[in-house]
Design a protein around this ligand. Structure first.
Ligand code: CO8
Length: 258
């Protein structure tokens, strides 16, 4: 299906979703939110897709929520629309791995969107920030929560209170992104990582994602118990037998997601 604000391409088991509002530096409006969630859900349900990559343009992953759309909204309108809740909470419901490939600005809702993905690969031009305070508001899709968990209180407070941007190098040092690559190599690197994930058992990849995400929601003891139990449960799968047999027989595994 054709979308107005995003472009979706599926190749080699990877769905590439590109935010496409160039005139607004990919600012997130309600149409984009709806279309992005639809595309993510369709990719999650599509048997041909084994990993998802979300990206923007070279200049901007996304420069935040659409300020022009929000500016005149009343409390009741923001509340009734439950503005952007789908993005903050919805991506977490996507069970296939989702990589954010970030070049240029990832600000406000854009930074929050990237953080809602499973991990971020950044180009050396990436700039992350929560500048909402300059607009008289605060982060609303996880910028005070996911960012704090990712980089700790000191940097999160600094970014949320001063509105300053963090460059790619600092973001990698702080643990916000998993790797930084030259801008020209960003898509090759992100699609390469997605390809690697796509070669695994999807059943196991989903379980790994679930286990890591559980660490944000539980105590260490509960998280460790969850991890151990799902580890045990993977011995009920054909892919565990195949993966271990392939290692012993010195060949590539043929996973069947069973
Ligand atoms: N919303 C709408 N339009 C935008 C946005 C945005 N967030 N960002 C950029 N644009 C538009 C500009 O208005 C401009 O359009 P036009 O040409 O029609 O004037 C076009 O994109 C290009 O932008 P600039 O000319 O400003 O480009 P520069 O290269 O000079 O600057 C910046 C780039 C630094 C990224 C600058 O555009 C900027 O500061 N943008 C706003 C960043 C920002 O404040 N983001 C936070 C937005 S608020 C938010 O994200 C809240 C999320 C939580 C909501 C939760 C609800 C529950």
């Amino acid at each position: 299906m054709a979308f107005e604000t995003i472009i979706v391409e599926i190749e080699d088991h990877v769905a590439l979703i590109k935010l496409n509002r160039p005139d607004a530096l990919n600012a997130l409006n309600q149409t984009l939110t709806r279309e992005l969630m639809q595309a993510l859900e369709e990719a999650d349900a599509n048997d041909k897709v084994r990993c998802i990559v979300l990206t923007g343009s070279e200049k901007a992953f996304a420069a935040g929520a659409d300020i022009k759309e929000m500016a005149s909204m009343s409390f009741a309108e923001v509340n009734t629309a439950n503005l952007f809740a789908a993005l903050g909470d919805g991506i977490q419901q996507i069970r296939k791995p989702v990589i954010a490939a970030v070049s240029g600005y990832a600000l406000g809702g854009g930074c929050e969107l990237a953080m809602a993905c499973d991990f971020i690969i950044a180009s050396d031009t990436a700039k992350f920030g929560q500048p909402e305070i300059n607009l008289g508001v605060i982060a609303g899709i996880g910028g005070s929560q996911r960012l704090t968990r990712a980089v700790g209180k000191a940097k999160s407070m600094d970014m949320n209170l001063t509105g300053r941007f963090m460059d790619a190098e600092e973001a990698e040092r702080a643990g916000l992104v998993s790797r930084v690559v030259p801008a020209k190599k960003l898509m090759e690197e992100a699609l390469g990582a997605a390809q690697k994930i796509a070669e695994k058992s999807l059943l196991t990849a989903r379980t790994a994602k679930e286990a890591v995400n559980r660490s944000f929601e539980s105590t260490l003891a509960e998280g460790l118990l969850f991890e151990r139990r799902v580890f045990h449960s993977l011995f009920a799968t054909e892919d565990q037998k195949e993966g271990m047999a392939a290692f012993i027989e010195k060949r590539q595994p043929q996973f069947r997601d069973k």
